[in-house]
Design a protein around this ligand. Sequence first.
Ligand SMILES: Cc1ncc(COP(=O)(O)O)c(C=O)c1O
Length: 398
Amino acid sequence: MTISKKIETIMASASFIRKMFEEGARLKAEHGAENVFDFSLGNPNLPPPPQFDEVVNKLMQDDRGGMMHGYMPQPGYPFVRDKVAAGVSREQGVQISGSEVIMTCGAAGALNVILKALLDPGDEVLSPAPCFVEYKFYADNHGGLFKTVGTRADFTLDIDAMADAIGSKTKVVLINSPHNPTGQIYNKESLDALGELLERKSRELGRTLYLISDEPYRKIVYDDVRVPSIFNSYKESIVATSYSKDLSLPGERIGFVAINPNASYSKDLIEGMTLTNRILGFVNAPALMQRAIAELQEESVDISIYEQRRKVFCEILDEAGLEYVMPKGAFYLFPKAPVADDVEFCRLLLEEKILAVPGRDFGTPGHIRLAFSVNEQVISAAADGFKRAVAKAKRECD
Ligand SMILES: Cc1ncc(COP(=O)(O)O)c(C=O)c1O
């Protein structure tokens, strides 16, 4: 075979998100895009803030002696790392310096840079379920074994379950807050409890356990909720994030790693990740985007638009009789399917031209994920379809 067995297996078990994408394209071609209600993808549909265009236009006038697009030090331009560090210090309430920041190709690039630097073959990466579908591939990319750990009914951290799951092979606990697919945000108490657990387990196991927090939705929060910093809860911690969601720049591949300034081996971590950024083939984060985001640290898309969509969507789910945990951030809802089989419920929704992703893709069957990164009109127009699909599902159960 041309393709490796591993990649062939992954391709054969293509995720439902992928399948929904293809099904959506077919339905849109057949019925017209305006008649299909596609909630399957977390692709932000708001334009970047107007300041982004202004900054990029200004940068394009400045050719820097032809060096505008050249290589730079692998962790990024020093002045950009300083600006990002100042932003992180303000946002997370922990003073960090530019030398603790590495610019990356999005949050996905950041996570791969971190995991490659940390994992030896067979090391375990634990993550609360449900979780972002790509984590298992990222861990596997670097010889890691990915395992999910149960959460409470409202998808908050279950510290006892995490304590049971940590074993002699565990190296990393990977969390994501605000959370895809549930919109949950972990509060300070639960992060402190997780930090204490990791400290105790590190002592018992005689090895450093790392906490990675994946935070691309940090600025997309509702009801004035604040996202606590993991740096205050556990010192062996690393943040991976990007500007994909809060500046609506997912295609530009710009993000960063921030290392806890109090981490025991921060110098090794920085040097290791500088190397992995290079040898993974990223080399460095995109030059123009680094310069752009340096000037946009305080900006974000208009979060009130997502908040309004959340309100409209929740009303529709309430009317349809679907149960859900109110998302505190990000732009996803993760309602319970009215039948045990989430794939079957997605099929019933598809009959109404509504595209959703079964919860089993995220490691939690019995739920569906709905992304509200689509216009409010699309959400409103799907209301009757949701009611009909739930009614059909209930008839099937009887
Ligand atoms: C939880 C989570 N982590 C990471 C990513 C990847 O983000 P980026 O596009 O910045 O690589 C996503 C994208 O949807 C995500 O939802």
